[in-house]
Design a protein around this ligand. Sequence first.
Ligand code: OGA
Ligand code: NI
Length: 341
Amino acid sequence: MAELQTDLDQYPIAESGDLVEKVPVIDVSAIITDSSSPAARDAIDRIAAACKEWGFFQVINHGVPKGLVNATWRETDAFFHQPAEVKESIMRSRENPWGYYNNELTKNQRDKKEVFDYTTDGVDPIYESENRWPDVATPFKTTMSDYRDAVTKLGLSLLEAFCVGLDLPADFMRADFENDHTGFIRLNYYPVKDPLAHSNIENMPVADLGVHHHTDAGALTVLMQDDVGGLQVFKDGFWHDIPPVPDAFVINTGDMMQVWSNDIYQAAIHRVLAMEQKDRYSIPFFFNPSAATEVSPLPTVVTDERPAQYRTINWSDFRGKRTDGDYADYGPEVQIAQYRI
Ligand code: OGA
Ligand code: NI
């Protein structure tokens, strides 16, 4: 990416004519049923093509129940509408990244959003900390736990598709994800009104985007967005909208998938515009491998003509460094380019 202008946000938005391309919308029902079935192959090929071209696609007929999706939106909305003091009582810290936050940095620029992050139950192996749940008598915790489990299941099916698409057995990555993955869910709230407008933090940086441009660090992201829009992916010198599609999930590959695939699948750069008319919500599930996973290009994508492009990355180490950069400005954020051979 060295040839790109450093300020990617100065590039134009593809708004008219031939420039407007859309990420594919793929029916994944056959993959969910049996990823090794002939019926699944067509969808897998479309996913592989989308990952090479975009690093993004949308999925429909994914098996996540509509009732659960509706309950998750309801609880998300109610959570962010609580008084600031209530949300701030479960504020994340440098030591424990789980909970609420309203001052996140992406590449050391402030994002105009509020978030709530939670992971699997128990003590997580990277930060050795537990989820912070709001102390309220609502079904928030059970709904969010059920939602996490449903998208984890979808994530495992999609991983099988990625493996088959790279000529590997469908279950090749299962052991790294099934039992002790370090994936987490983020509830994103992008308000029109700056959540820190009334704070008296000195020299507060302006938040001119909902999320500044970045790649996701892990394997893949399963994201549900509401009907407002604002998510954009960078491709061929333009920002392209990823429009809301009813009942679809947006999927994108992260840094670890780029390393595993030896650059065949790109971790796409994306961002979210700052909201000006209407508040927006989105809920990404960042599906990440177990803490001990050593990530390096997979056997089928390393050849004499195309040797491994990366040194081995220890997932826990990489993730720990990235989270520090999101929390506050502790210097430049870690990137996979630093592991390039
Ligand atoms: C993220 C992200 C996109 C969105 O949280 O990493 O890219 O649509 N979110 O909110
Ligand atoms: Ni992202």
